[in-house]
Design a protein around this ligand. Structure first.
Ligand code: PGA
Length: 263
């Protein structure tokens, strides 16, 4: 695993935006794994800008989103279908047939999850998966005790997640208590992972996920098992990391990051 610490949320997000840009320019028909949440909004803004101002071409890109609430129609403004449309897809030249999200309205949820797993395989696997992290350490909606080998399935949302996301719905009573999510095992099967987190509220959980023991109580800790995983944080989200100085040194000196330092 690599940990990149940048001074501000803006700079941390810019690193990930440039990674995604580089992937698309090198492989125009790449398969991206997309995440939602407030942290990702700025990332999508940056990518939209790259499309509008720097001709970043999404016409052949294929995408899979991590998760979707059970029981919300795609046009419900709280659904992740709507989030993706609003923050990203409607602003870029992506072919909507190449954007894949789980159907939280499916009658047979297990069949829907299997369809999704099969489709990922059919597309050749996810090349670059974006991840946020929840206050309870979830990636996707893999709540505490999600098996490290879990596949796409439905999951009950944990109290910490209901509290974290109730802000979008007004109150917890108005939000779905279940979601479909790629499993931890599904995520570990992606070729490269980039986890982005910003702000002091994420400091403690980032330290646990990155430097703590691997445990199904903190799904994000499973990324330690992945051979090509990069965690990108701002100084605040990285403030509880024990080896922060070492991570900063790596970004400042490793040739791999030279082009990103210039930004
Ligand atoms: P956030 O959500 O970006 O809104 O903090 C991240 C997550 O829960 O995965």
């Amino acid at each position: 695993m690599q940990v990149i610490i940048r001074p501000t949320p803006e700079e941390a997000t810019r690193v990930v935006a440039r990674v995604v840009e580089k992937e698309i320019r090198a492989h125009p028909d790449t398969v991206l794994g997309l995440a939602t949440g407030s942290t990702m909004e700025r990332l999508y803004e940056m990518l939209v800008r790259k499309h509008q101002k720097e001709h970043l071409d999404f016409s052949l890109v294929r995408t899979f989103n991590l998760d979707e609430y059970v029981g919300l129609k795609p046009d419900d403004k709280h659904s992740y279908h709507a989030y993706m449309h609003e923050h990203f897809f409607r602003h870029i030249n992506i072919d909507r047939r190449n954007t894949h999200l789980l159907d939280g309205m499916a009658k047979d949820l297990a069949a829907e999850c299997q369809r999704y797993e099969d489709l990922i395989v059919h597309c050749g696997g996810i090349k670059l998966q974006l991840l946020g992290i929840g206050n309870d350490g979830h990636i996707g909606f893999n709540e505490p005790l999600s098996a490290l080998q879990s596949r796409t399935r439905d999951k009950s949302l944990a109290p910490a997640t209901l509290e974290q996301n109730a802000r979008y719905f007004g109150q917890i009573a108005h939000m779905p208590h279940r979601a479909l999510t790629m499993g931890v095992g599904t995520i570990l099967g992606c070729k490269r992972l980039y986890l982005l987190a910003t702000g002091r509220a994420k400091a403690a959980i980032i330290a646990k996920a990155v430097e703590g023991p691997i445990t199904s109580m903190i799904s994000a800790s499973a990324i330690q098992l992945h051979p090509h995983c990069t965690v990108v944080v701002d100084r605040e989200a990285g403030s509880a990391l024990a080896a922060g100085e070492y991570y900063e040194w790596i970004f400042d000196h490793e040739p791999e990051w030279a082009e990103f330092r210039a930004a």
